[in-house]
Write a protein that binds this ligand. Structure first.
Ligand SMILES: N[C@@H](CCC(=O)N[C@@H](CS)C(=O)NCC(=O)O)C(=O)O
Length: 234
């Protein structure tokens, strides 16, 4: 099995396991436990970024050298091109859906994920919900959530269109597992499309398999309105 996926517990690297399960490709899975909340040495030894996800590929179709890749988007593009026959991505042949795909795929990790972490950091800086940086952080996240809510209202299903894509694989962990670091509740009315989307994803066998592989049988993915703060070590 040439492809190895490294997952750090309760982290964005669940994306890559979900991707591989959706594609039905073979891979070797390696779990790394947080130390106590950051990457352990075993992740830092793999790649100078010291972050998860990381993949290794011993027989890349693109180079004779061993591939060691960090960064979710790069890894997703690589796996889809190398082993996924383009599935779960969109191309110019998909017309308008391609354009939507591009925006949501990149926005998920470049804007949505930082918006959640901005709230996490600003809450740490101040307990006062009226402090200006807390208010700005919260407003930016709320704007991001309302973008998703409206988009899901348009498609009635997934971010790029009717079917799941890598844009969803990129976005979902911010709306689920990452809320364990920064508890953000969803409102049953205001976020009803997001909640229906989380249920839709949670019903996917590949997502269910991925979450069990990543976090074990007892872990309950955060697919409902209420977020639960993780405590470490776990
Ligand atoms: N933009 C990067 C973010 C990677 C990242 O920060 N991963 C977190 C897991 S959620 C991590 O490795 N945290 C541990 C650490 O930074 O020590 C990606 O999408 O791959």
């Amino acid at each position: 099995m040439p492809l190895t996926i490294h997952h750090l517990g309760r982290s964005q690297s669940e994306r890559i396991v979900w991707l591989a399960e959706e594609l039905g490709i073979e891979y070797k899975y390696v779990f790394h436990k947080r130390d106590p909340i950051f990457s352990p040495q075993s992740i830092k030894d793999l790649h100078p970024a010291g972050t998860a996800p990381v993949i290794e590929d011993d027989s890349s179709p693109f180079t004779k050298n061993k591939v060691v890749l960090a960064e979710s988007g790069a890894i997703i593009d690589y796996i889809i091109a190398a082993y996924g026959e383009g599935r779960l991505s969109r191309t110019p042949k998909d017309g308008e859906e391609y354009v939507h795909f591009l925006e949501w795929y990149h926005w998920a990790n470049a804007s949505l994920q930082p918006a959640l972490f901005r709230v996490l950091m600003t809450r740490r800086l101040s307990n006062d919900p009226e402090a200006v940086h807390v208010k700005v952080g919260t407003a930016k996240l709320e704007r991001a959530l309302s973008m998703i809510e409206n988009r899901l209202g348009e498609t009635g299903s997934y971010l790029a269109g009717n079917d799941v894509s890598a844009a969803d694989i990129m976005a979902i962990c911010t709306l689920t597992t990452m809320r364990g670091f920064c508890p953000i509740d969803f409102d049953e009315q205001k976020h009803k499309n997001i909640l229906a989307y989380l249920k839709r994803v949670g019903d996917r066998p590949a997502y269910q398999r991925a979450m069990k592989i990543c976090e074990g049988e007892d872990f309950v993915p955060m697919l409902g309105p209420k977020a639960v703060q993780f405590s470490f070590p776990y």
